[in-house]
Write a protein that binds this ligand. Structure first.
Ligand code: 3HC
Ligand code: NAI
Length: 701
């Protein structure tokens, strides 16, 4: 038998142990080992019951995601679970950690289930563009009911052990040792003469509710809220099969729907997103023996929009944080903003009053730099002006203890210049949070020319503590995310000069899957930010470089976006719904006229190519310059910080899936038509010529 699965005898109990670190995924040897172990226990006349436990931190966390898209290898998971369910010996699955996907499906194949109190169970396949393909959609509703099963399968969100008990997914909770709990439960099965209780033969969950109505309601909800996604509607169809068909036929239908999802490009993109996120945590040139410093306390300088959000991230993670402002008045405003932010969560019901008070206690307001002498990490979030940054970093250098990490949240200034304001540039790093910092998952960790390996490793570890998705980036204007979004936003605005309206551009990009269109986004963050960047770039770039002018016209008219009640759109007081701004149309006409352009209808495909390929071309330049380590890191940034649709895998993966030769052909055509903003990135030209993708490229190749 494969070493991934061990079979031990404890009297009349067969103990089956899965051991496939790190998450006990169901790769082929595990499936084979499980099937052989259950068959051996079934055939052994001295075995009266079976307990299934897992080594390590977790029960089986699902199918082996790396196997998707490769030729299937027997035994299939449905066949393995079939052997488990049809075994004549009663079996109990002992769940700890996370029983996810195929893992929960294996547990549902067992006749009984016990879960450690801190365990979680779930069917997250939908997040990978799939549906539970090994009986989950047929067995879960039989136990938990159709409503709960639909919720779990369509959302992919795991639930805690207590909730699983409440919904009959597990039979009992336990604390303490897994093997002891498993053997004790199996012994009780023997003592009480309880035989196999096959989930597939249960029907309690299918009774007592109007299942057709539940299915129709979920179908309508998914069609509206998860527009463009391939697998969620198929999840609903599979559960519907459970309500209408006998088990064997329902399983067959589930299998067909699973196969459809497996073939879909969305599955490939979502699996890419899963691994890309995990890959982002790995820093290619960081020696393995570098140990991060301990960060047990933190401080934030500047209690504005970003500073308060960053302080809350630490408070949420249980790390005490000092918040420094210029005077008592500003400090009072900052602390009030912290309280208001939590207050909104309490109002929504996502935070208790008690938890709010506990977290606020971790935020200490100060106005004196001397209070920072002992902290392990300081993050500066003051005005975006080099001279202000200089003053702050000189002060920090003077008061902070040796070994303290000095970080900047700057979004565009040169981190190396900031580091040079201190006597310890090796301890300086960029921690670029996204707004609102306490909500957005993305963190760009900016590696300065002198940032030490230890400080970089610590910054990544802090990101993990704060539950952020951290991506290492190099120093350049805008780092990765904003440098690319500048290209995207500029092209979106050129489209306005060619004849589009903000509604058309935003609509096309939302149809593509973007969470928000570029103009609604600009209205939200404020048009003045872009104006400052354009001003700087006009001074730096060749004089013949064309810049769009609509945004400048809006700024001149005092229309800076939501904060002034109008921008590309108009807003009613207290309402964020974008309405048509009647003052815009003459500005669009004027902008077109000034450039000698005849306004014309633009189709969606053109709008998408013009904006998304602008991201891709800049992304390729970023890769060549070594600003990002790998193409998938750029994707992670766009998926987590810019609302890029996960089902397209990120801009670089999207370009790969279109084909780089085709992308290049369009970029070249736009270069000829629109000028040097569109100069093709040499890396794009090289990979397209070699028939390769961004995904298979590594630095130096
Ligand atoms: N298959 C293959 N590798 C997996 C995996 C899986 N199902 N789950 C995790 N891994 C790998 C990760 O890639 C990572 O590898 P690395 O160290 O080389 O980067 C390693 O395991 C550890 O993963 P995390 O960093 O994510 O560890 P955490 O402790 O933070 O999280 C977890 C653990 C909650 C289990 C999380 O990994 C997770 O959510 N995994 C995916 C679970 C899932 O989606 N299961 C369903 C699979 S589809 C399925 O089962 C189809 C079936 O219905 C037929
Ligand atoms: P803000 O203007 O809202 O807040 C800045 C705060 O810093 C003010 O409260 C001010 O009183 C305080 N401050 C100024 N000088 C100080 C000093 N010497 N000592 C202590 N406090 C001082 O600015 P915001 O938007 O929070 O931005 C802060 C930084 O974060 C900037 O570098 C910005 O580029 C960056 N950033 C901003 C993002 C955003 O969306 N607003 C996103 C990511 C980064």
């Amino acid at each position: 038998m494969a070493e991934f699965v061990r079979l031990q005898r404890h009297g009349a109990i067969a103990l089956i142990i899965v051991d496939n670190p790190p998450v006990n995924a169901l790769s082929q040897p595990v499936r084979q080992g499980l099937q052989q172990a259950f068959q051996a226990a079934d055939a052994d006349p001295e075995v009266l019951a079976v307990a299934l436990v897992c080594e390590g931190n977790t029960f089986i966390a699902g199918a082996d995601i790396k196997e998707f898209g490769k030729p299937p290898q027997a035994p299939s998971l449905p066949d393995v679970i079939d052997s488990i369910e049809n075994s004549r010996k009663p079996s109990v699955a002992v769940i700890h950690g996370t029983a996810l996907g195929g893992g929960l499906e294996v547990a549902l194949g067992c006749h009984y289930r016990v879960a450690r109190k801190d365990a979680k169970v779930g069917l997250p396949e939908v997040k990978l563009g799939l549906l539970p393909g090994a009986g989950g959609t047929q067995r879960l509703p039989r136990l938990a009911g159709v409503a709960k099963a639909l919720d779990m399968i369509v959302s992919g969100q795991p639930i805690g052990a207590a909730e699983a008990l409440e919904h009959h997914i597990v039979d009992e909770l336990f604390e303490g040792d897994l093997v002891e709990a498993g053997l004790a439960y199996a012994q009780r099965l023997i003592d009480e003469g309880r035989g196999p209780r096959r989930t597939g033969e249960q029907s309690a969950g299918l009774e007592g509710a109007d299942n057709a109505e539940l299915i129709a309601a979920k179908h309508a909800e998914v069609a509206k809220r998860m527009r463009g996604l391939f697998s969620p509607l198929r999840c609903v169809a599979a559960v519907e099969a459970a309500t209408k068909l006998p088990l064997a036929e329902g399983l067959k239908r589930e299998r067909e729907l699973f196969a459809e999802c497996l073939q879909s490009p969305q599955r490939a993109a979502l699996v890419h997103s899963f691994f890309a996120e995990r890959q982002a945590g790995k820093i290619a040139d960081l020696p393995a023996d570098v140990k991060p410093r301990a960060v047990k306390s933190a401080a934030v300088i500047g209690g504005g929009t970003m500073g308060v959000g960053i302080a809350l991230c630490f408070a949420n993670a249980g790390i005490p944080v000092k918040l420094l402002e210029i005077n008592e008045e500003a400090l009072g405003r900052a602390l009030q903003r912290a309280r208001d932010t939590y207050g909104a969560s309490v109002k929504r019901g996502s935070l208790t009053e008690e938890a709010m008070e506990q977290r606020l206690k971790r935020v200490e307001g100060v106005t004196d730099y001397a209070a920072l002498a002992d902290v392990d990490l300081v993050i500066e979030a003051v005005f975006e002006e080099m001279d202000v940054k200089r003053q702050v970093f000189e002060r920090l250098d003077a008061v902070c203890k040796p070994g303290a990490i000095l970080a900047s949240n700057t979004s565009s200034l040169d981190l190396n210049q900031i580091a040079a304001f201190t006597q310890r540039p090796e301890d300086v790093v960029g921690l670029h949070f996204f707004s609102p910092a306490n909500v957005m998952r993305l963190l760009e960790v900016v590696r300065g020319a002198k940032t030490s390996d230890e400080v970089l490793a610590t910054a990544m570890a802090v990101g993990k503590q704060l539950k952020k998705v951290s991506v290492v980036v190099g120093v350049c204007d805008g780092f990765v995310g904003n440098r690319m979004v500048f290209q995207y936003g500029r092209e979106a605005e050129f489209l306005l000069e060619e004849g589009a309206t903000p509604q058309q551009v935003d609509g096309a990009l939302r149809n593509f899957g973007m969470a928000m269109g570029p103009f609604a986004m600009r209205d939200l963050s404020g048009l003045d930010i872009g104006q400052a960047i354009r001003k700087r770039q006009r001074a730096e770039l060749p004089a013949d470089r064309d810049f769009p002018t609509v945004s400048d016209k809006l700024c001149e008219a005092g229309m800076l976006g939501q904060k002034t009640g109008a921008g590309y759109y108009r807003y009613e007081p207290g309402n964020r719904t974008p309405l048509e701004n009647p003052d815009l149309a003459p500005m669009l006409d004027a902008a077109s006229r000034e450039k000698g352009l005849e306004r014309r209808e633009l189709d969606e495909q053109y709008i998408i190519e013009r904006t998304i390929y602008a991201l891709v071309n800049e992304g390729a330049k970023i890769l060549e310059e070594g600003i990002a380590q790998r193409a998938s890191d750029i994707d992670v940034i766009y998926l987590n910080g810019y609302g890029f649709p996960a089902f397209r895998g990120g801009p670089m993966f999207y370009a790969d899936s279109v084909g780089l030769d085709q992308v290049l052909a369009r970029v070249k055509a736009l270069h000829a038509r629109c000028g040097d903003w569109w100069k093709p990135a040499p890396l794009l030209e090289k990979l397209a010529a070699e028939g390769r993708t961004f995904s298979d490229w590594q630095p130096g190749q």
